[in-house]
Design a protein around this ligand. Structure first.
Ligand SMILES: Cc1cc2nc3c(=O)[nH]c(=O)nc-3n(C[C@H](O)[C@H](O)[C@H](O)COP(=O)(O)OP(=O)(O)OC[C@H]3O[C@@H](n4cnc5c(N)ncnc54)[C@H](O)[C@@H]3O)c2cc1C
Length: 443
């Protein structure tokens, strides 16, 4: 394979996906212009970092490893070794995520991670960072980008290729939507979310078990809490957006339900009323679109290509894995049109599989995890995995702790379940036959 010539590249969006993508491309000798509509996070105080916590896992960490940042991220995260389920009476049950210590999630602050990535990108030769640059339009033929610069003025520049890593409401994708044969759909969840805080105690220590993802499943709504390195927990309440006691319309009724159904958690939230008033309500959506690329000139990655609801903890992990897979395709094809095309066609079915997994897991997290049957099923799965580590791998393990493509993991999990059901039927038949035989002998 010949060495590809260096190209002038625009990456739109200096989020998690865009920052890592910019570094990987710059490491290959390309000139990368990273455009971000927000102000430079490096100039902000640490207080501005309080936001969503991410559960990072294998796919994300592998991608960070390739830009030499996995250890730095690990040092700023807290391992979560399982779910801590809180029932209505305040009792807690711990259910491990896996069978070995490496089977844990890493709780990190999304804005903290983003800041670390931007800092690293800023130190990489070959990357020009432009904050306060809101991309407003793209000439797809000339590959020219128009950006509105905060404070006044516009900027236009020409590139060899444009990568849209600009999130769920991507401007790059919106431009592609105006081309022929581009399919796009978005589905908003009927539930939104609000972030709340459980502070540390007077000594700065955690007031709940730190190495766990806490869940208060309550049927049609739920609360989760992820630990932070400063001893606090960031809690996220997932709640209906409409109707009586909804997040958006009826604060008093919602707070009353919260105090009734999450009494042990609310008891640890002295700032509840203030945070409830001040923290915005977030919405959650799934997007599906196709094709993700326009020849070798434009490509969508991360949430811009496939936003998913957060209930499998995979959105950021999937965006980071996109970058790893794209680099593999760029290694295989000198022609970027072929590389983009192969990446987009082969990755899309797995992104769709993840979208469905994430939707299904919402029901599991807010409802099923509380049931004894669910916990028993999880123990059986762990037992089988321990007994037959290469033959039986739980779906959650494949998705979270391996690089098995999402769709392959789902198909394998279905096959495994069929074998287990068949085995259960066979065992049942044998038991009935033995009982029948014994009855004949005795009676
Ligand atoms: C409540 C919640 C919890 C989550 N939990 C997890 C989790 O546990 N694990 C996990 O893996 N994922 C989780 N996610 C998903 C994760 O946050 C996203 O998948 C991830 O942030 C996507 O990264 P991205 O870089 O592709 O997009 P984004 O993070 O959205 O970044 C896009 C960037 O592009 C910029 N931009 C947008 N438009 C323009 C424009 N026109 N011009 C220039 N710049 C622009 C934006 O300002 C932003 O910086 C969660 C999401 C939510 C909402």
């Amino acid at each position: 394979m010949t060495t590809p010539r260096p190209r002038q590249i625009a990456v739109v969006g200096a989020g998690i996906t865009g920052s890592v993508l910019a570094m990987r491309l710059a490491d290959r000798g390309h000139a990368v212009h990273l455009l971000e509509r927000r102000p430079d996070p490096r100039a902000m105080t640490a207080d501005g970092d309080r936001s969503i916590n991410l559960a990072l896992s294998h796919r994300g960490l592998q991608s960070l490893e390739r830009v030499g940042l996995a250890d730095a991220v690990r040092a700023n995260g807290i391992p979560m070794r399982g779910r801590m389920i809180h029932d209505m009476s305040g009792s807690r049950t711990f259910s491990p995520y896996g069978i070995v210590p490496e089977h844990h999630l890493l709780s990190v602050s999304r804005s903290g991670l983003n800041r670390l990535l931007v800092e690293a990108a800023g130190q990489r030769p070959g990357i020009e960072l432009s904050f306060d640059h809101h991309v407003t339009d793209i000439d797809l033929d000339a590959v020219e980008i128009d950006a509105q610069v905060t404070g006044g003025g516009t900027r236009r520049a020409r590139y060899d290729a444009v990568f849209g890593a600009d999130g769920a409401y991507s401007a790059v994708r919106q431009r592609l939507q105006r081309t022929a044969s581009f399919d796009f759909e978005q589905d908003f969840l009927e539930h939104g979310y609000k972030e709340l805080t459980v502070p540390a105690d007077a000594e700065g220590a955690f007031v709940m078990e730190p190495e766990a993802l806490h869940i208060w499943p309550r049927g049609s709504y739920m609360l989760i809490a992820l630990p932070n390195v400063d001893g606090t927990f960031t809690c996220t309440l997932f709640w209906p957006l409409e109707g009586h006691g909804s997040l958006a319309t009826d604060a008093d009724a919602a707070l009353a339900t919260l105090r009734r159904d999450f009494a042990d958690a609310v008891g640890l939230m002295p700032q509840l009323d203030t945070e409830w008033r001040e923290h915005p309500v977030g919405t959650l959506l799934t997007t599906r679109c196709e094709p993700w690329n326009l020849g070798g000139r434009v490509l969508l990655l991360g949430d811009a290509a496939h936003a998913v609801v957060p209930f499998y903890g995979q959105g950021a992990n999937a965006g980071l894995e996109d970058v790893t897979l794209l680099m593999d395709d760029l290694d295989r094809h000198d022609d970027w049109a072929q590389a983009f095309d192969h990446f987009a066609r082969t990755r899309k079915p797995h992104a769709d599989a993840l979208a469905q997994l994430a939707l299904d897991n919402y029901v599991e997290m807010r409802d099923h995890v509380a049931s004894r049957w669910f916990l028993m099923g999880q123990s059986v799965e762990r037992g089988l995995h321990r007994l037959l580590p290469h033959r039986f791998i739980p779906l959650y393990t494949m998705v979270t702790f391996t690089s098995t493509p999402y769709g392959d993991a789902v198909r394998r999990a279905h096959r495994q379940m069929m074998v287990i059901r068949l085995a259960a039927i066979l065992v049942g038949l044998v038991v009935v036959a033995v009982i029948a035989l014994l009855l004949r002998l005795v009676l």
